[in-house]
Design a protein around this ligand. Structure first.
Ligand code: UDX
Length: 453
């Protein structure tokens, strides 16, 4: 995900630098070269259209790009391993290794290789070993770690004005030179004091640590949301009041149905695996609890919905608002919607889904591959809608899973008129106005708020 936005921003800020994005997947490259780029990210399309063909190129000719580049970003997938040693926790570095071997094989001049994929600590070391063992005579490689901190939906904004750019390097003379070369690219638009340089391992660990700390805040507020529901406190009030303490701060304290996305869970599981490998079981358990709490939050919300609908949703129509893991993105990886809909299907409910960005084919893929739902169940129980109103028609309940702005301004009076009664609404994102909805007649349940009908 990160390479498109990052390269588009570098190309736009550095007109004299030629940026080529390569991928072995021709269809993906064709999509980047077409009128409809393959990811939805506010501001990205404009940037790509402005630079493409000038100093920004998309190609599947990997070797040609390796030959002509001075700096090479390795930004490949590092999914959680699905089998073998470290199954379910460790990152699968097969793509990093394949890319590194390709560079070693093809390069005819010295290069700076920049590790951009999120990788567990000391991957740079493995990359260096592969490069040292396979390079052509006279060709040298320097490795840098330059983790990406952009968030989806705000990627371009984050890249234009990053809190910090982190560059990890070896303390050797060539390591420092390589760092300076990359640093001078960012210095075109990032103030010098925001370009932080560290040793390689610190940089690699910082990426995992940052995501673990952010996710930990969400699991902490979500754990408090359960206490709020049980006691009558309001989690938004608690979060706001806590966040005013400048030592705590207000960001990443919004209770929700659970965090999703390609990074948080994967990176924490990596950290857990790393801790276990280092014989630090208490540390591993500590971080694993962040993921356990997140799974609990998703499960808890699903169970609450069934409970409110008189303990059975068999044959009932549940309308799900949002499938992306957060607003302003079409990305669905680890989205809470997947786990929730799986739970609804297990109870034989009919599920009506609407998301403003996610394609029906993606929803079908996720539910039949990432969830335990068969094609037959999908056919029978799931419908994807093109607008929020038809999705809610004749449903028993609406469940808000993604915080898309459009869900805040729908005509809920009109929606109420088309639903079965009692009409229930479950706000997993705390974006609706419960009082106004109750006035219309809805039975409202909000995460982190005690039920008052
Ligand atoms: C994250 C990191 O923020 C980014 O720095 C890193 O480079 C990649 O991982 P991203 O996955 O794009 O970015 O999304 P983010 O905005 O961090 O949200 C992750 C999940 O947490 C989403 O599901 C979001 O809805 C949820 N979230 C976020 C909350 O539930 N509450 C919050 O207060 C904030």
């Amino acid at each position: 995900m990160s390479s498109g936005p990052t390269c588009a921003v570098i190309a736009s800020k550095c007109p004299d630098i030629k940026v080529t994005i390569v991928d072995i997947n021709q269809a993906r490259i064709d999509a980047w070269n077409s009128d409809k780029i393959p990811i939805y990210e506010p501001g990205l399309e404009e940037l790509v259209f402005a630079q493409r063909g000038k100093n920004l190129f998309f190609s599947s000719d990997v070797d040609a790009a390796i030959l002509e580049s001075d700096l090479i970003f390795v930004s490949v997938n590092t999914p959680t391993k699905k089998g073998g040693i470290g199954k379910g926790f460790a990152a699968d570095l097969a793509y990093v290794e394949a890319a590194t071997r390709r560079i070693a094989l093809v390069a005819q001049s010295s290069k700076v290789i920049i590790e951009k994929s999120t990788v567990p600590c000391r991957t740079a070391e493995s990359m260096r070993k592969i490069l040292d063992a396979n390079h052509r005579p006279g060709v040298t490689f320097d490795i840098l770690s330059n983790p990406e901190f952009l968030a989806e939906g705000t990627a371009i904004k984050d890249l234009f004005a990053p809190d910090r750019v982190l560059i990890g390097h070896l303390p050797s003379e060539t390591g420092v030179k390589a760092m300076q070369a990359l640093s001078s690219v960012y210095a075109r638009w990032v103030p010098q004091e925001r370009i932080v340089t560290t040793r390689l391992w610190s940089s690699e660990l910082t990426k995992l640590a940052s995501n673990a700390l952010l996710a930990q805040r969400i699991s902490s507020i979500n754990a408090l949301s359960a206490i709020c529901e049980a006691t009558g406190a309001d989690v938004d009030e608690v979060s706001y009041a806590c966040g005013l303490d400048s030592r705590i701060g207000p960001k990443f304290l919004k209770a929700s149905v659970g965090f999703g996305g390609s990074c948080f869970q994967k990176d924490i599981l990596n950290l857990v695996y790393l801790s276990r490998s280092l014989h630090l079981p208490e540390v591993a358990d500590y971080w694993e609890q962040v993921v356990i709490m997140n799974d609990y939050q998703k499960r808890r919300f699903g169970e609450q919905i069934v409970r409110e609908l008189f303990n059975t949703i068999t044959g009932k129509k549940i309308c799900v608002y949002g499938f992306a893991f957060k607003k302003d993105t079409g990305d669905t990886r680890e989205s809470a919607a997947i786990a929730l809909i799986e739970a609804f299907v297990k109870e034989n409910a009919n599920v009506q889904i609407y998301d403003p960005q996610v394609e029906a084919s993606q929803i079908h893929y996720d539910l039949t591959h990432e969830a335990d739902i068969t094609d037959a169940q999908y056919e029978k129980l799931i419908t994807v809608h093109k607008n929020a109103y038809t999705a809610a028609e004749s449903s028993d309940a609406i469940v808000v899973v993604t915080e898309w702005d459009e869900f805040k301004t729908l005509d809920y009076k009109k929606i109420y008129g088309t639903m079965k009664k009692p009409a229930c609404i479950f706000d997993g994102r705390l974006i609706l106005k419960p009082e106004a909805l109750r006035e219309i007649g809805f039975k409202v349940t909000t995460i982190g708020k005690a039920a008052t009908f």
